[in-house]
Design a protein around this ligand. Structure first.
Ligand code: BGC
Length: 781
């Protein structure tokens, strides 16, 4: 009971503090007030220990451990999915495993924990890890969508819910947040991160760590987070998943490492190494990353787990000679735990016996793992209450957070003649497309525990919203499917899509057009199936696959209002739609409440306020594309600038930070104080944002900066501040930002250090990365 009260008190106090800032806080508070009675008592949490107490406990354990038991702590074994020659119980009993992954059933978790606690010599509890990426049982929008909310409070809340459900099930560690910057929409895993920008990425990384871990490691109903994939995975050549990444140190430090460092500042307990080569050295054996930067420079004190099988795969890279060499290189590079490959388990002991690896090095690798288990309270509370777990899952208040998250993450890209919001007094509506009524594709990929049956599709959401008074007709249109199947299709449980004959395709196509013809309005649900996006889901084309483009054109040709709702994990080629379709809403994969939330937005119960976390290309030929590019010798603004492609403008279809609303806003009155600061002295920036329409809505006020000259060229614009504000009709607010030393410094490749230079700076504040409200200041020595 005490914990329940603390939970409510903690949440409410935080919410009240955030009250003035935006309506999310208010919405959350209402959710808690309405549903507070349903909150299930939390399981007891551990006592919060000091560093000294933890260290003493770790040393006490270490001194009794054999070499094999220590290596066991460095070994994570698969508990499900992958067949293993030796049963997990056998290895756990012998102390050969410290962590288990890919297991999500509470009873099985307790059962294996029982083996560790009752049948192993030292009774060191297991740490169960799982990919709880966008929700455990209550599925939230995918991470790219959550970033599109530009609302860290909401993101933190969603991960708080995810942590609560996962911990109730016995999962105390998740491989989240994925904080890889991605500037190439071909890369399938762009959906798992926060997009292209380090500033936005850092804010999302921090919010997720706070949500998952709570105020400290071991907070009740929270779990251990993991910043992944360290580092540079998003820069894979050609957007091909796991291909090599070549990133100069300037870009690495200024862009790719920034969200990782933010996660560390937020106290993230673990990191995961990446699969790919970074500048020719595989990340799992990359001492520069794992030791020099992470431990020495940043002072990270948690532990690093490899990505799955990547220790063994140091051999496939052509890096390690054999698996033993792989174990040697990974451990000496700074890796603590081998995920699933069994290479540490097999080869570390011989390496120690040969004197190539010291016992001190093994101890150093084990310490932070034991420390995490102690802090999480696993020694005192190794088991979870199996009866309680289901009461925590998918509760009405969790679903309400998911619905709000979906509403707030959608981005309205086009709305000609105020087509949206739709009036409910239409007599008929056609809901068309391969994504209109698919539950798994509404949730998106990486929903390990989400039950697709619990998801609400857009068709269902619209039907519920309109009731029986309006005729809602549905036609799927031709199927879409991957040309090359996904590795994960066999695990995902999603029914496979069989190829259709040309006759079947024609029939489905014509039926869809006829359905649209028979209705007043057509809502087209197009985009990508969940398995077309995510891990192992890179693509060479960004076009709407299958017959979707032709179907869209045929329906638009009917001359009725057409609303395109995209479900996708990346920007797609919608250049035609951007000229011919009345309204376009990017709903991403909106999660379990997605269908309700789309209906809320279409019919004006929610006002879209999401903004693009990525620059939206006109076609695949433009990628990689991102807003913070350098000016070049002939910038866009110069009179001489000619498009750098002769067959397409160089500008994107939609800029980074872009998104429309049903309201109208004016951003005015930019103030900078002082305008002649000294190095190190902060500049306070403010601007007024006013809702000039008669509808309440949200605007994301964004601050961009450019350093005009210096010892290196600087990007044309860099995001350095943002705030999502909710405004009643006619309401005006002043937003404040601080441009301090941190925001003005960059990693300088000439001087090989972080540097703040006494130069002129441009500042823009506005509603996207093309903002025109301009000011400037000069930094003085
Ligand atoms: C992915 C990781 C994930 C791990 C465990 C790997 O294939 O790259 O992101 O955390 O599997 O499921």
């Amino acid at each position: 009971m005490l914990f329940r009260s603390q939970f409510i008190l903690h949440s409410s106090t935080k919410l009240l503090k955030g009250f003035g800032k935006n309506s999310t806080a208010l919405a959350f508070l209402l959710v808690f007030l309405i549903f507070g009675g349903h909150i299930v008592d939390a399981q007891p949490g551990p006592a919060r220990l000091t560093d000294q107490q933890v260290a003493a406990k770790v040393e006490g354990l270490l001194k009794n451990m054999t070499l094999e038991e220590k290596i066991g702590q460095l070994t994570q074994i698969p508990g499900g999915m992958m067949p293993s020659p030796v049963k997990p119980e056998v290895r756990i009993r012998k102390g050969e495993a410290g962590s288990v992954l890919w297991l999500s059933e509470t009873a099985k978790i307790n059962q294996l924990q029982h083996v560790a606690m009752e049948e192993s010599r030292l009774r060191i509890p297991l740490l169960f890890g799982l990919d709880v990426i966008h929700g455990f049982q209550t599925i939230f929008p995918v991470p790219l969508a959550m970033a599109a909310s530009w609302d860290p409070t909401l993101v933190e809340k969603a991960q708080t819910v995810a942590a609560r459900e996962a911990s109730a099930a016995g999962i105390k560690w998740t491989f989240t947040p994925m904080v890889d910057i991605a500037r190439d929409a071909r890369w399938g895993r762009i959906v798992e991160g926060a997009g292209e920008d380090p500033f936005l990425g850092a804010a999302m990384a921090k919010a997720q760590v706070r949500g998952l871990q709570g105020p400290y490691l071991g907070s009740p109903e929270h779990i251990l987070a993991c910043a992944k994939h360290f580092a540079g995975y998003g820069a894979a050549d050609g957007g091909r998943d796991i291909d090599s990444a070549y990133i100069p140190e300037e870009l690495l430090r200024d862009v790719y490492l920034v969200p990782f460092h933010a996660a560390l500042e937020a106290g993230v307990g673990t990191f995961m190494s990446a699969y790919m080569d970074l500048n020719d050295v595989p990340a799992t054996g990359n001492r520069f990353l794992l030791h020099d930067i992470l431990r020495t420079e940043w002072g990270f004190r948690g532990f690093v787990v490899s990505d799955a099988f990547s220790v063994r795969d140091l051999v496939s890279h052509g890096f390690a000679r054999d698996p033993k060499d792989a174990a040697y290189r990974a451990l000496t590079a700074g890796l603590n735990m081998d995920m699933a490959s069994g290479t540490f388990a097999e080869h570390l002991a011989p390496l120690v016996k040969e004197g190539r690896i010291t016992t001190a090095a093994i101890d150093a690798a084990v310490r932070p793992i034991l420390a995490a288990k102690i802090r999480l309270g696993l020694f005192e509370h190794p088991y979870v209450d199996e009866a309680r777990a289901p009461q925590v899952f998918n509760t009405p208040e969790h679903r309400q957070v998911a619905r709000l998250a979906a509403q707030r993450s959608m981005v309205l890209l086009r709305n000609e003649d105020q087509t949206l919001p739709l009036k409910k007094n239409i007599s008929s509506i056609a809901v068309i497309g391969p994504l209109a009524d698919s539950k798994p594709d509404t949730e998106g990929s990486w929903t390990v525990m989400g039950k697709p049956s619990e998801a609400v599709t857009v068709l269902e959401g619209i039907r519920k919203k309109l009731g029986s008074g309006v005729r809602v007709e549905y036609a799927k249109g031709p199927n879409i499917r991957r040309d090359i199947p996904s590795l994960f299709d066999d695990f995902s449980g999603v029914p496979k899509v069989a190829p259709q004959t040309p006759e079947e395709i024609d029939e489905a196509f014509n039926k869809a057009v006829d359905t649209a013809r028979a209705c007043d309005v057509a809502v087209m649900l197009l985009g990508e199936l969940a398995n077309m996006s995510g891990e192992g889901a890179s693509r060479a084309s960004l076009d709407l696959s299958g017959k979707q483009q032709q179907l869209l054109e045929a329906v638009v040709a009917l001359g009725k209002p057409v609303l395109l709702v995209l479900l996708s994990g990346r920007p797609l080629n919608i250049s035609w739609a951007a000229e011919h379709v009345s309204a376009i809403l990017e709903a991403w994969y909106p999660g379990a409440e997605g269908g309700n939330a789309v209906a809320d937005v279409l019919f004006g119960n929610a006002n879209p306020g999401g903004k693009l976390p990525v620059t939206w290309p006109r076609s695949v030929g433009q990628v990689p594309i991102y807003h913070a590019h350098n000016l070049t010798h002939m910038p866009e603004a110069s009179r001489m600038f000619r498009s750098r492609y002769w067959d397409q403008p160089s500008s994107p279809l939609y800029p980074f930070g872009f998104g429309l609303s049903y309201s109208k806003f004016a951003i005015i009155n930019l103030q900078l104080k002082p305008t002649q600061p000294k190095l190190g002295q902060p500049v306070e920036v403010s601007a007024d944002v006013e809702n000039t329409s008669d509808r309440a809505g949200d605007e994301v006020v964004q601050l961009y900066v450019h350093q005009e000259s210096g010892s290196a060229s600087r990007p044309a614009r860099e995001l350095k501040g943002f705030e999502r504000v909710t405004l009643a009709p006619g309401e005006k607010k002043t937003v404040h930002f601080t441009l301090g030393k941190k925001e003005r410094s960059y990693w300088n490749g000439v001087h090989k250090r972080w540097i703040e230079e006494a130069e002129n700076f441009d500042v823009w504040v506005g509603a996207d990365s093309t903002a025109t409200l301009h000011g400037s200041f000069t930094l003085n020595p």
